[in-house]
Unconditional design. Structure first.
Lengths: 766, 160
């Protein structure tokens, strides 16, 4: 494919770092505009209620305030934000208006926007707005939702938005014949992405040209432009979305949120640039929440440990509205509960229930983190019941390389079929056991050493990537011989520019310093783009770059042939520097065309890549405090073709630590009135530098993906997916002498202490 | 009200509201946008700057409190012709991804190593635990800071 291949596969230092390390990044809040007004958003402090009136006169009268916008300013109807993924008609009644419309349904829902000379004055004015809201009983959790006593959407008559069903084989028959079954309930708490940079937008309306520019785009700028154009009544090409540097995405940033309409609308409303920067408290109540799910599931096995079936019901707490990608987590819980295992009979329902809490969306490994916790916990319990070694139990049930491609459960409605593409799952399991020194450490299981109980666990995962339908790239050989790369993928802080520069430089056989720039994420660079989600950027954007490079080489040959007076097929591009014709006549690529030579490539894909691997953990539990110390943590994953092993390892380790946050501490707790109890970083705890010093990642490229020209698989989520299950199993293993079985995350010191305390009390009572 | 202080070696005088934080003053009045604001309540450390040699949270300090101090931001710890040894170590160890927490990590690590060029891994972790990063998991940041110690040992005795 590439005669020289020096950069792809190498730990190339990142191009982005030169600006980030010197404070020269340009995040959206770093932008300044003359005449800018600052927006602040009044958000509901009531979880569920009917809006009687909103008194804005005092706020409007405050010196420095230029406008107060409410739903009344939106014309005849408040625009609705459509779903981007799984846009089923059943979800339509639950989609979110850009501003509370008649009712408020969660704490944090926008009620009014103030525009003022400074952010401080705008925030002052918020305190002068008086919303009169008649409180309604809050639906604070999925059990309350299921009762339908209080209903979020009266027209709909129920809080149940939809039930997904994942099926394969004949689960009823499998369970009927099974020698062994076990039924369990598990729960994962609500937590979320929390990127370090809060969201921000800067919108500029050019009335003379009828053009709108929106800075602060990321993830899916083209899709968001389509939504905005329709909502605001402009042609798509009258709107430019600009991606600046982006301080972390993890699935949550860059989806279309209410503010993505409100701020551009405000700029047009007042005819001046308008800027909004989310503060952390706002982020905690406004950005997509995630993960909150419970299940009641059952496994069936033969006596020899073969898994025969998996069935049951899961419940996803959706919050107040179906947001753009709100259904993904719930869908994935159903479809990926079988993970990397050979489970021939599956019947899993997942009910999506509306509650008076912040709406949910995707967070790195959406649904997969939850469902892997459910499954891996159940596997350890089943192995123990069957008297099987839990590693051997997994070995027997992993899908083997010879079974690829392996079909997984079909999900309905949506009728989406999927198959695992390639890999040797047992290989990564064995390597992981080796890395953590399982053989030697086995004797530590459940042992008390210096007052702490040691535990081990290992679990296997798959990570889907490479969502279609396509991605586009354009390469330009500039007159000076440098190469510009334009691509429809977007950056969210993952090092996209470096990875794409590596791919493009190799494809054109040039050194990386001949890459003039990788231009991405803004709607002006390519005609259409699909962005960065579902671990798709490298596979889709990278493959599009390869195809564009091939087209560019053809274009260069054709141009050179014209000048050399020969057939294009007779021209060879040598060392990325010159075009050589028959007889050795040659032209340097520098100056080959005054206006540069451009070529496009578009990669189409209907299938998914599946990265796979295993995680292992060694923990020590202090029975007096319930504190769990992580002594060692290893991830081994095979991601197919690796573009940059240093960046990949960085993604995996960062992803693991995010997962440890979810396993041990992060919790968007609510009270029974639907009030968010974690409104600051003092309440919402995430891992710090002193929490988890020992995390290791081994990245392999044994099985390149067969479904794209790069051979790459989506990566970056695999580090998080297995963490909850592995940590809970390690804690159970440590406390096996007390028969402690964690069924709920996070495993805070308090929860672990209570588990132990209850187990000891039960033991004493016997 | 007017406030006078030194930023990155230059004297500045800014007219500010008493309630303006030093972080907002640096970012919006002085256009030094390398200092980032992540939480405005002193937890995340993204806004860390060096005031009279000590790492402080610019979101917890009012601009008026900076009167007569010497403030150093990430821009003041950078040069045009390349990376400092600390920055180069961050790049080598892949100690940043999205870059948003990075200026605060750089200022915090610089203040630490200027005082304690022999800080061990545990000490580095302890000091960095006041700076939140959501991308890296910290492992590479700690490695980068440890690897940069040599450069600070050499310059011991000279002012940062």
């Amino acid at each position: 494919m590439r005669p020289t291949n020096l950069l792809v596969g190498s730990a190339v230092e990142r191009l982005e770092d030169l600006r980030f390390l010197r404070g020269r990044g340009q995040y959206v809040d770093d932008l300044a505009r003359d005449g800018v007004l600052h927006a602040a958003i009044l958000r509901s402090s009531i979880a569920h209620g009917r809006i009687r009136s909103i008194e804005i006169a005092a706020a409007r009268a405050l010196a420095g305030v230029h406008a107060v916008i409410t739903a009344a300013d939106m014309g005849k109807s408040v625009p609705i934000i459509p779903m981007r993924l799984q846009p089923l008609p059943e979800f339509h009644p639950f989609e979110q208006p850009v501003m509370a419309d008649g009712k408020v349904r969660y704490v944090g829902e926008p009620i009014a926007v103030v525009l003022a000379d400074s952010a401080a004055i705008a925030e002052d004015a918020l305190a002068l707005i008086e919303p009169d809201i008649e409180p309604l009983p809050a639906v604070a959790n999925r059990r309350a939702a299921a009762k339908d006593d209080s209903i979020l959407f009266e027209d709909k008559g129920t809080n149940l938005a939809l039930t997904f069903r994942a099926t394969r084989g004949d689960a009823a028959a499998a369970f009927g014949d099974a020698a062994y079954t076990r039924r369990e309930t598990f729960r994962v708490q609500r937590h979320f992405a929390l990127p370090m940079e809060p969201r921000g937008l800067l919108a500029d309306w050019d009335a003379a040209r009828g053009r709108l520019t929106v800075c602060g785009a990321s993830k899916v700028p083209f899709f968001n432009r389509r939504i905005l154009a329709k909502q605001i009544g402009l042609p798509e090409d009258a709107i430019e979305m600009v991606e600046n540097d982006v301080g972390g995405g993890f699935g949550a940033r860059g989806e279309f949120y209410p503010e993505d309409f409100l701020i551009p609308f405000a700029a047009r409303h007042v005819g001046r640039p308008v800027k909004w920067t989310e503060d952390r408290r706002e982020q905690l109540m406004a950005m997509n929440h995630a993960r909150e799910a419970e299940c009641d599931i059952e496994i069936a096995c033969a006596r020899d440990g073969r898994i025969l079936g998996l069935r049951g019901h899961a419940f996803a707490d959706m919050g107040a509205y179906m947001r753009t990608n709100g259904a993904v987590g719930a869908r994935n819980i159903a479809q990926f509960m079988s993970g990397p295992y050979r489970i021939p009979n599956i019947d899993i329902d997942v009910s999506l229930l509306m509650t008076n809490k912040t709406p949910v969306g995707t967070y790195r490994g959406p649904g997969r983190f939850e469902t892997d916790f459910f499954r891996e916990r159940l596997l350890d319990m089943a192995a123990q019941d069957l008297g099987l070694d839990r590693v051997e139990f997994r070995r027997r049930n992993l899908v083997s390389a010879g079974e690829m491609p392996y079909p997984i459960a079909t999900i309905a409605p949506f009728e989406s079929r999927d198959e695992l593409d390639s890999g040797d799952y047992q290989m990564t399991l064995e390597r992981c056991l080796e890395e953590i020194d399982w053989g030697r450490k086995s004797r530590l299981q459940g042992r008390e050493i210096d007052g702490r109980y040691h535990g081990l666990a290992v679990g296997c995962f798959i990570e889907g990537g490479a969502a279609g339908p396509k991605e586009g790239a354009r390469l330009v050989l500039e007159p000076d011989g440098s190469l510009s790369v334009y691509v429809g993928s977007s950056a969210v802080g993952q090092g996209l520019e470096t990875a794409f520069a590596q791919i493009a430089a190799d494809a054109m056989e040039i050194p990386i310093d001949r890459i003039r720039g990788v231009f991405h994420g803004s709607t002006s660079y390519v005609s259409d783009g699909y962005g960065s989600y579902h671990s798709r950027a490298v596979v889709m954007g990278g493959s599009a770059i390869l195809l564009a490079a091939s087209a560019l080489r053809d274009a260069i040959r054709s141009r050179a042939a014209h000048r050399l007076g020969c057939d294009p097929a007779a021209v060879e591009i040598v060392e990325g520097r010159k075009a050589v014709g028959p007889g050795g006549s040659s032209l340097p690529l520098v100056g080959l065309a005054d206006e540069g030579i451009s070529a496009e490539g578009s990669f189409l894909n209907k299938k998914h890549t599946y990265t796979y691997g295993a995680h292992a953990a060694h923990v020590a539990v202090d029975p007096k405090t319930g504190h769990v110390q992580l002594i060692d943590y290893v991830v081994v994953e095979d991601c197919g073709r690796i573009i940059n092993p240093m960046m990949l390892r960085g993604q995996v380790i960062g992803s693991v630590v995010q997962g440890l946050g979810g396993a041990f501490m992060e919790d968007l707790a609510y009270d029974d009135q639907g009030q968010l109890l974690a409104g600051s970083l003092a309440d919402y705890l995430i891992p710090t530098a002193s929490d988890f010093p020992m995390i290791r990642a081994v990245v392999m490229e044994v099985h390149p993906s067969p479904i794209n020209p790069l051979g790459a698989k989506g990566a970056g989520e695999g580090g998080i997916i297995a963490v909850g299950g592995v940590i809970a199993n390690a804690v159970a293993n440590a406390l096996s002498s007390f028969s402690v079985q964690p069924r709920e995350l996070p495993l805070t010191p308090s929860r672990v202490w209570h588990l132990l305390h209850d187990a000891r009390r039960a033991e004493a009572a016997e | 009200m007017p406030v006078r202080f030194e930023v990155n070696g230059k004297n500045v005088e800014v007219e500010v509201e008493p309630r303006l934080t030093l972080a907002d003053c640096l970012r919006h009045n002085l256009r030094l946008t390398g200092t980032h604001v992540g939480c405005e309540h002193g937890v995340c450390g993204a806004c860390t700057v060096i005031v009279d040699g000590a790492a402080v949270r610019a979101c917890l300090m009012l601009a008026v409190q900076a009167e007569n101090t010497k403030v150093v931001t990430v821009e003041g710890l950078s040069r045009d012709d390349g990376l400092t040894p600390l920055q180069a170590s961050f790049r080598k160890h892949h100690a940043l991804q999205c870059g948003f927490c990075t200026p605060g990590m750089i200022t915090t690590a610089h203040a630490l190593l200027s005082e304690e060029p022999d800080a061990d891994a545990e000490r580095v972790r302890e000091v960095l635990s006041g700076n939140l990063c959501r991308c890296t998991g910290y492992v590479s940041i700690v490695e980068a800071v440890l690897d940069a110690r040599a450069a600070y040992r050499k310059r011991e005795g000279t002012a940062p």
